[in-house]
Design a protein around this ligand. Sequence first.
Ligand SMILES: [Zn+2]
Length: 285
Amino acid sequence: MTTLGLMCVHAHPDDESIATGGVLLRAADEGIRTAVVTCTGGERGEIHNMDEESTRPRLAQVRREELRGALAVLGAGEPRFLGYVDSGMMGTEGNQDPTSFWQASLDDAIGRLVAEIRQFQPDVLVAYDAFGGYGHPDHIQTHRVGLLAAEACAVPALYPETGPSWRVKKVYMATLPKSAIFRAVTLLTAQGLPAPFPVVDRVEDVTMGVSDEEVDAVVDVRSVIDRKLGALHNHRSQLDPSSYFLNIPEEFSDQAFGTEWFIRHRSDVPADGVEDDLFAGLRAS
Ligand SMILES: [Zn+2]
């Protein structure tokens, strides 16, 4: 039997560490093959800790190297890019850039991802939920392209030039439950720290995220949290010194970064209720 494989599909360099750093580390520690596909170069991201003017023209290159460092910590091999340009936040002019991921032909984007899937042959594929966590166009597009490619790769007649067909056995969407957003916001405001989401008084008032009932996998990643944050720290250009990630007091680190959440899109093996492991049902017994 060949070794199991996990592929996580992300919008920008740094998303892999934030949303799936824990599941990638847990899998790699267990000997599962892991890979990260990044759809854009993150060219329209903010720039921190370095000079804006001189860095902006080569931000894609800077972020590629940061990603390389992060993947080395995560044990997830070399960067794999789909080759699209960052679309910028929703409503900004980058959304109209013909080379952006938001403007990409769906057929072209699915074909590029199918090629990566067929080459790596993952058993589990992770993309994003329909809102891409927080509504960034590249994240929404990652949801669409990720889920469609996860099906198209199994059909030999589609994109035959990208290699033999491959069936992904479990497909997940990384997500954020409203309860977790509420807990994080409450924790941060109680500490007098800036919150990455709007501050509300009740969990029902959280506008982003999904309801807890929609979450199908809750993975405890506390055992690998130091390396998850170590991977994230490679993304130096993205680390706003005032950000949430750098200012959580250490005693709250487990609460803030110790869990990763997923919606199960499809499973070829029986999967009921809330799983605590993306590979449940796939290991040889
Ligand atoms: Zn992103």
